[in-house]
Design a protein around this ligand. Structure first.
Ligand code: CS2
Length: 495
């Protein structure tokens, strides 16, 4: 009988093979200084890896990782004392066990513990990766009709949303005379800190105007830009990790070698020495966040929708499809970069070259279906801003509309196939998709009525015409029609 391999945890750390890196500090001597909301793979592959390095320098910044809804991460990692493996997929794969997470909570069934942790004076920083939809934003800031926000405003001491927790924690600190924490958004939103701040203030105002004033005066909401490609964990990764560790890890994570974090240096209650781990601290990061969203995330979404329609599964495979790869490169160089107000010293050509090389990395199996999630939240931040800027400058938008049309065609295809969309607007999108006839004017106009996505652009006839034309150009949205449309669009740029 073979014994079951042991589980990764503090007691098994010393027995790991020498090739596996592990925390270079005594975990027992660290204390929790950060509460992180959104304990998904991106946080664990990115921020927690930076903090894992910093804990050797300053032990006060260990993490309490909170999942707002799902119990899965807590249940996987609590029996592992918060330890998990980060696999860095480069030319050679390297494994490192991360020890920065000292506590795991699920807010859904441990809300009181989350609030207590937020109110703890040792907590001086709250960070978030709750994805675009986790901010419950509408066109004018916080969406008061969002069911989670309505719920939280009815019971502010027992919240459900990220905003509800951030503000409830601050309210407790104010009441107890404890200095507030800094609130740092690490999501892919332009001006993420500013948007979070405005949403928190709008929410707090309804809870208690005095609280909103206190937050406005005392709390810092720095902006940040995060970047590292982190494909979701799959069984192949779990199996490789277990084989190399000699013990099981219920939830390892993976990322590409590249990793970047730019943070506005505006904290109200101290900060970890982030620069010591390679984080760029800057006075003003505006521009960096936009450049990344527009030149990395927008092309990613373009690959996701157009590639999925072409029957392609991964980013690297999409970059091997000549028509699609050439189109996306042209989109970046000829359409997105010229419309970007670049940060000082920013060299678009080098930045684009590096992104294309990262997309081509054949060692990374990054599923287009993962990137295709939440299109209604992602496209406005990634692509529609470029289109608005191009229109304002009187520049062409034809090519820029093709990925948007690709999303619409993708929604139609999923709806017709009866495949559920992962998107907070799945219901209206699926209804429009089911009713679609293939006729461009009719279908596009039905989508354009979704104000949460398309306002105010939908009022501009130039955009409406270009989107209808792009939708029509994709023909029956089969692989051949898409490739032909992309080739025509790319050639248009070369002429
Ligand atoms: C991707 C991003 O899933 C997506 O939508 O575009 O997660 C992307 O991989 C990261 O932002 C890279 O930093």
């Amino acid at each position: 009988m073979t014994a079951r391999p042991a589980r990764l945890r503090n007691a098994t750390l010393d027995a790991l093979p020498a090739a596996v890196a592990r925390p270079a500090y005594d975990r027992d001597r660290t204390s929790i200084g950060i509460v992180h909301l959104g304990a998904g793979a991106f946080h664990r592959a990115h921020q927690a890896a930076y903090l894992d390095e910093l804990l050797a320098v300053d032990p006060d910044w260990a993490i309490c990782a909170v999942s707002l809804h799902s119990t899965a991460v807590r249940d996987a990692l609590r029996p592992q004392d918060g330890l998990y493996t980060l696999v860095r997929i480069g030319e050679r794969e390297t494994l490192r066990v991360i020890g920065a997470i000292r506590e795991l909570l699920c807010a859904r069934d441990e809300g009181a513990a989350v609030l207590a942790r937020l109110a703890n004076p040792d907590t001086r920083l709250v960070t978030l990766t709750v994805t675009e939809k986790g901010y419950c934003l509408g066109a004018d800031g916080l969406d008061f009709d969002h069911p989670d926000i309505a719920h939280d405003l009815a019971t502010p001491d027992a919240p459900r949303s990220a905003i509800g927790y951030v503000v409830a924690g601050l309210a407790r600190r104010r009441a107890a005379g404890i200095a507030p924490y800094t609130v740092l958004s690490c999501d892919n939103l332009a001006d993420n800190g500013g948007r979070l701040r405005r949403a928190a203030l709008q929410y707090a105002e309804r809870v208690e105007p005095g609280l909103a004033q206190w937050i406005e005066a005392e709390v810092a909401f720095p902006r940040s830009m995060v970047d590292s490609i982190t494909p979701a964990t799959d069984d192949a990764l779990r199996a490789r990790v277990t084989a190399q560790l000699g013990c099981t890890d219920a939830w390892p994570v993976q990322r590409e070698p590249y990793m970047q974090w730019v943070v506005e240096d505006r904290f109200c209650n101290g900060r970890p020495p982030l620069e010591r781990a390679g984080v760029t601290l800057s006075g003003d990061i505006a521009g960096h966040d936009r450049a990344k969203l527009r030149l990395l995330n927008a092309p990613h979404s373009a690959l996701a929708y157009l590639g999925s329609l072409m029957g392609i599964e991964t980013v690297a495979d999409a970059m091997r499809a000549p028509a699609l790869a050439a189109f996306v490169e042209t989109l970046m160089r000829a359409d997105i970069a010229p419309n970007l107000a670049a940060p000082a010293g920013f060299d678009a050509r080098t930045y684009i070259d590096a992104i294309l090389a990262r997309f081509r990395n054949p060692a990374i199996r990054h599923l287009l279906s993962q990137i295709a999630w939440d299109g209604s939240q992602k496209l406005p931040v990634r692509l529609l801003g470029t289109i608005a800027d191009a229109l304002a400058a009187g520049r062409p938008i034809d090519r820029l509309c093709l990925p948007v049309a690709g999303w619409l065609r993708f929604v139609v295809r999923q709806a017709r196939a009866g495949t559920a969309l992962v998107d907070p607007l799945d219901e209206p999108l699926t209804a429009i998709g089911r009713a679609a006839t293939g006729e461009a004017r009719r279908d596009v106009d039905a989508f354009l009525a979704l104000d949460a996505v398309f306002a105010p652009l939908s009022a501009d006839p130039r955009f409406v015409d270009a989107l209808r034309a792009a939708y029509a150009a994709l023909g029956d949205a089969g692989p051949a029609a898409i490739a032909a449309a992309l080739e025509r669009a790319t050639q248009g740029a070369r002429r």
